[in-house]
Design a protein around this ligand. Structure first.
Ligand SMILES: [Zn+2]
Ligand SMILES: [Zn+2]
Length: 213
């Protein structure tokens, strides 16, 4: 029986844009992995992960709330939350597991740096050989950037479920902003942009008219 766990990861996309995956947020930062992966020791590949005398292997928390708590640390702010099934050899720790094989079963996109739930991924501006790291962004912050939708990321990753984080959605819905729907703001700003474009057009017509007079 696989054991369920929760962990943080950074979403990544391959250099040619045809594959999506993840990297670890600390030790496993230098290696990208897909939906199902076997742990590899970063120090010494001659032993099986996880070894008790080595820090290698995949890590996960038993509880979603512990993973969420870690995501608040500024170092891990732009990570996503993975739900995983841990298999193979494992070492049980107080709050989680260190193990050899995992399958990612669900991804929560986390929150944008501005506070709204992330709805898309943009290029984070860094990465590792062959992989670009992605930044979770809300629709408003993503508006002026080329992005990968959550659906497209899910497809490139091999069909895992990728959704907005329900807690980030709830937090945004309870915010003091008059429009309670998290989707209203990007929608409104798009409409405002359209309105401005029309106003500009109107203005130039008016200018032309007054110029003629
Ligand atoms: Zn090791
Ligand atoms: Zn944002």
């Amino acid at each position: 029986m696989p054991l369920r766990g929760y962990k943080l990861a950074y979403p990544v996309v391959s250099a040619d844009g045809t594959e999506a995956g993840f990297t670890g947020v600390s030790l496993g930062r230098s290696r990208a992995y897909g939906i199902t992966a076997d742990a590899e020791c970063v120090g010494n590949a001659a032993h099986h992960c996880p070894a008790t005398w080595c820090g290698c292997g995949f890590y996960c928390f038993h509880s979603l709330s512990d993973a969420r708590a870690l995501a608040c640390d500024s170092e891990f702010q732009h990570s996503v939350l993975l739900e995983v099934e841990a298999r193979g050899h494992y070492i049980r720790c107080e709050k989680g597991l260190r193990y050899s094989r995992q399958t990612v079963t669900a991804v929560r996109a986390g929150r944008c740096g501005c506070g709204w739930p992330a709805k898309a991924f943009a290029d984070a501006g860094d990465g590792l050989v062959g992989w670009r790291r992605l930044l979770p962004l809300c629709a408003a912050c993503a508006a002026s950037r080329p992005v990968l939708s959550l659906e497209e990321f899910a497809r490139l990753a091999g069909g895992v479920s990728v959704s907005r984080d329900e807690q980030a959605v709830a937090w945004a819905a309870n915010s003091a902003v008059p429009a309670s729907d998290a989707d209203m703001v990007p929608l409104l700003s798009a409409e405002a942009a359209l309105l401005h474009a029309r106003l500009d057009q109107l203005q130039s017509q008016l200018d032309r008219l007054t110029g003629e007079n």
